[in-house]
Structure formats: structure tokens, C-alpha cells
Design a protein around this ligand. Structure first.
Ligand SMILES: C[S@@+](CC[C@H](N)C(=O)[O-])C[C@H]1O[C@@H](n2cnc3c(N)ncnc32)[C@H](O)[C@@H]1O
Length: 236
């Protein structure tokens, strides 16, 4: 996903109006219509095939190795600043494996496990095949990365995904997921997969709060873990 904060709201809003109508109708407790928690394609297998990665990670795509290097370096150094320099990392929904590759190059002694729900991505980029909504890791990792993933599962699956992320996280999680407000204001609809679930920031905060303290800039510190934040280091 690429965020283009330089675009005016007007441009973004006019693009939003071009979006297709909602596919779901809520009828007395049942969702009727073209129901699929992952979107209009039949299954994650079809949804996250080669074409998906070409479209969002090709030329002018979401982000690239250079941008991930900037982010990964900052996240790793913040962990080090908090005295929990990662020795183990879990990358959930790893896609092309850009985080995993950055760690291999820059911190080869760090053990990285990368996972994805996409059979294509797992075969091509070498991840473990896991759905974070249903897979509870049996061990913890110092740092968990969940970058641009939670907008795909439906509400129930995203809720259990958050519990599974918490089970996997010993110290710090890096989380990026666009909210309803982001889609209305700063997400570039031409470069971003818009066929996803839109939920409020409060929806996510309510489910993350039992497990994590929000530090800011995408960093979430595991409650009961090894990081203690000063009052003004955290968001609330
Ligand atoms: C927008 S891409 C992000 C890829 C990578 N994290 C990045 O930032 O470059 C979303 C990825 O999440 C994966 N994904 C979607 N739902 C998932 C789930 N329930 N469990 C694991 N991976 C999932 C998709 O297969 C896809 O590779």
C-alpha cells in the first residue's frame, strides 16, 4: 500500500466516489450476497496470486526495498533503544519478503520466520504457509511485523488475528493497517488495494489494548513484556 500524503483531499475524495458499491447486505444477522471474508475473489489462493504482487509491487507500486530498509532500520533501532534488540522476528503476511530480506542482509544472526496466507507467495518467496486468523504460534518472537495485512480478514478473523499476533509477540510489534479515516483522507486509491475491510482506528485500538500499549509510529509494546515506556513515550 502506498500512502501519498502530498495529494489534496479533494483528489482523494473524488477518487473514492468512483469506488464500486458495497458488496454485502446486512440482513437480520446474516451477510447475504457475494460473501467472502477476503474480498470478491473466491479464496486467498486466487486473491493473492502472481497478478496481485505484480499489480501492487511492480513499477510505481506500494513500497520497495529502499523504503522498507528505512522503516526496518528505524524499527530495529527503536527496539535496541528500548534494550530489546531483536534476536527473533516474525513477519506475518510477508508478501515479497522485503522485511525478511532486510534482516538477512543487515542482521544475519537474527532468526526470521516469514509467513503468508498466499500459496503463491510462500512458494515464490519462501514463507511458511499460515493464516494469522487461525494460526497461533507456539513460541514468541522479540519483534512481530504485521505490515498491511489486517485489512484483509473480516471482523471476526481480524479479531482472532490480533489475539494470535499478541501470542507471538514478546516485546514489540510493528503494525500498519489503514483505517476508514485513512481511506477517506490519505490513501492513494490508484496505488492501493481498495477491496478490503475498512474499520475505524477505535475498532483496532479496542482489540489491541488488552495486549499492547501504543507507542506511536506503528510501534506497539507488549504488555508484560520487556519494554517499559515513559508516560510521554506512549500515545495515551
Ligand atoms: C499488502 S500485502 C503486504 C505484504 C508485506 N507485509 C509488505 O508490507 O510488503 C498483504 C499480504 O498479506 C497476506 N495476507 C492476507 N491475509 C492474510 C492472513 N490472514 N494471514 C497471513 N497473511 C495474509 C497476503 O497474502 C499478502 O501477501
Amino acid at each position: 500500500m502506498r500512502l501519498d500524503r502530498s495529494r489534496s483531499c479533494k483528489v482523494v475524495e473524488s477518487s473514492i466516489r468512483r469506488q464500486p458499491k458495497a458488496r454485502f447486505v446486512y440482513a437480520g444477522g446474516f451477510l447475504v450476497g457475494d460473501f467472502d471474508p477476503y474480498g470478491k475473489e473466491a479464496s486467498p489462493k486466487h486473491r493473492f496470486g502472481a497478478e496481485y504482487y505484480r499489480k501492487f509491487y511492480g513499477k510505481g507500486g506500494v513500497h520497495d526495498r529502499r523504503k522498507i530498509a528505512q522503516l526496518a532500520s528505524a524499527v530495529h533501532q527503536m527496539c535496541a533503544w528500548w534494550d530489546v534488540a531483536p534476536r527473533s522476528v516474525l513477519d506475518v503476511g510477508a508478501g515479497l519478503g522485503l522485511w525478511r530480506d532486510w534482516y538477512r542482509t543487515n542482521h544475519p544472526r537474527v532468526k526470521v520466520v516469514s509467513t503468508d496466507i498466499s500459496e503463491h507467495a510462500c512458494a515464490k518467496y519462501g514463507h511458511e504457509h499460515r493464516d494469522i486468523a487461525t494460526w497461533t504460534p507456539s513460541r514468541q518472537f522479540d519483534l512481530v511485523i504485521c505490515h498491511g495485512v489486517l485489512q484483509y480478514p473480516d471482523d471476526a478473523a481480524a479479531t482472532s488475528a490480533i489475539a494470535n499476533l499478541a501470542a507471538a509477540c514478546r516485546n514489540v510489534m510493528y503494525l500498519e493497517v489503514p483505517t476508514t479515516l485513512d481511506f477517506r483522507t490519505i490513501v492513494d486509491p490508484d496505488a492501493t488495494d481498495m477491496d478490503v475491510h475498512r474499520r475505524s482506528g477505535d475498532w483496532y485500538r479496542k482489540r489491541l489494548d488488552p495486549y499492547f500499549v501504543q507507542a506511536g509510529a506503528g510501534l506497539w509494546v507488549r504488555r508484560g513484556g520487556g519494554v517499559l515506556l515513559y508516560e510521554l513515550e506512549r500515545s495515551r
